[in-house]
Design a protein around this ligand. Structure first.
Ligand SMILES: Nc1nc2c(ncn2[C@@H]2O[C@H](COP(=O)(O)OP(=O)(O)O)[C@@H](O)[C@H]2O)c(=O)[nH]1
Ligand SMILES: Nc1ncnc2c1ncn2[C@@H]1O[C@H](COP(=O)(O)OP(=O)(O)O)[C@@H](O)[C@H]1O
Length: 192
């Protein structure tokens, strides 16, 4: 258990393809004062992604070292790669009494729920299953096998919604980002 007060920590999670990355990017652009954690990952950068901005792109060996050194607040294996939230920057933010936002997968959100129960968990939901399939298929950055893996994970992940404190339906990226930013500024809630 961490001794850090995590009432100002907000976690955004939801199924693959729902729009988490899009909402995060819009927040970075339009709400630059919102502090977003930069995750470490073993996956390769996509075109346009910058090391240290979008992710810390690290080798598998380096990631394993970071796990062993206890450097992650949470970490998970997703679609064949490792992803984790570096603990130090988040703890410094919370220690200063400032809000912090994580955009992570469901497994990571569940770990935060256990290690920092007072964090607020926000589920990003698709307007419909058909729309989620369209978004996952339409992005064009993954092959058919990857999409199939992500769809079956997404079907399972949709059932996790009741574990979350809030749901935001991602009808438009602008509206979802606005709702999320409002939640960041909402009064602290009682611990679970
Ligand atoms: N647990 C965990 N998941 C993460 C972290 N960073 C990103 N993710 C999740 O990893 C998944 C894959 O991310 P990414 O490779 O960027 O692909 P995309 O989000 O589908 O475009 C998404 O569900 C992210 O929310 C992290 O630090 N921890
Ligand atoms: N509100 C929205 N309306 C229409 N398309 C969206 C919306 N949000 C995201 N998308 C599209 O859906 C696809 C998946 O979004 P992405 O942000 O990569 O999802 P995630 O990070 O949750 O996997 C992208 O092509 C993105 O442009």
């Amino acid at each position: 258990m961490s001794s850090i007060n995590a009432q100002r920590l907000t976690v955004l999670a939801g199924p693959s393809g729902v729009g988490k990355g899009s909402v995060k990017a819009l927040i970075q652009q339009h709400y630059p004062w919102v502090w977003l954690s930069v995750s470490a990952t073993t996956r390769s950068p996509r075109p346009g992604e910058t090391d240290g901005v979008d992710y810390h792109f690290v080798s598998h060996e380096r990631f394993e070292e970071m796990i062993a050194a206890g450097e992650f607040l949470e970490w998970a294996s997703f679609s064949g790669n490792l992803y984790g939230t570096p603990r130090g920057p988040v703890e410094r933010q919370l220690e200063a009494g400032l809000p912090a936002l994580l955009e992570i997968d469901l497994q990571g959100a569940r770990q935060v729920r256990v290690s920092m129960p007072e964090a607020q968990l926000v589920f990003l939901a698709p307007p419909s299953w058909e729309e989620l399939v369209r978004r996952l298929t339409g992005r064009g950055t993954e092959d058919a096998a990857t999409i199939e893996r992500r769809l079956s994970a997404a079907r399972e992940e949709l059932t996790a919604e009741p574990e979350f404190d809030h749901t935001i339906v991602n009808v438009s990226v602008e509206q979802a980002a606005t709702e999320l930013v409002e939640l960041l500024g909402s009064p602290v809630k009682a611990a679970h």
